[in-house]
Design a protein around this ligand. Sequence first.
Ligand code: PEP
Length: 250
Amino acid sequence: MRRPLVAGNWKMNGSRERVRALVNGIQAGIGSVERAEVAVCPPFVYIPQVAELLAGSPIALGAQNVCDHAEEGAYTGEIAGSMLAELGCRYVIVGHSERRNLYGESDELVARRFAAARKAGLVPILCVGELLEERERGETEAVVARQLDAVLALEGAAAFRDAVIAYEPVWAIGTGRTATPEQAQEVHAFIRARLAVHDPGVAEAARILYGGSVKGSNAADLFAQPDIDGGLIGGASLKADEFLTICRAA
Ligand code: PEP
């Protein structure tokens, strides 16, 4: 039985004061979340503050990206996995569509970031998903397969035993336009089947999250699908009540 995971991706939002209020708000209601594992991924600079606020809490900490080089060195602007682990991070998002599309991160670079995360003992949350024009051209499966295969080629299927995949159709991110539960389930089942070709046990155990305009009002229907094991939540993770409603739905 896969334990659902709901992870909040705060993106580039926050201030020390708003971070404190948000974490305290989530903490206050976390007791009402029965089954799901909950994680928050603040901007790098707030990770120490959130780690302190979360001390003793069941809420896990994550980051939004990680350097593809495991060793320290001359990589200006990058953050090593070992640094994130030292600060108490358990998860790290890799290959978010904003990284791929706004900052030009290739499938190969994302795969290297995934590998570096694992090397540091972090659990990567690998984001995959198609652009609207790719969906309209009928290329959804080909795009998701290509993104997944880059990681499989570098790290092998066993790496997914302790990793998480997030299917995030790019046309649904921050747009208010959610994939229907059926559309999402179809792609989640495709991802699981693709893993199963390599290792059926890993495929069965892997958690596959859905992300893209998940809200309190649509979360339960999405999470009811057999291959949807929780969510990666952007905008709605910045409001404690809304985020908690999503966590309870999982
Ligand atoms: C995301 O950025 O991962 C995301 C899913 O954003 P939103 O929930 O705002 O669509």
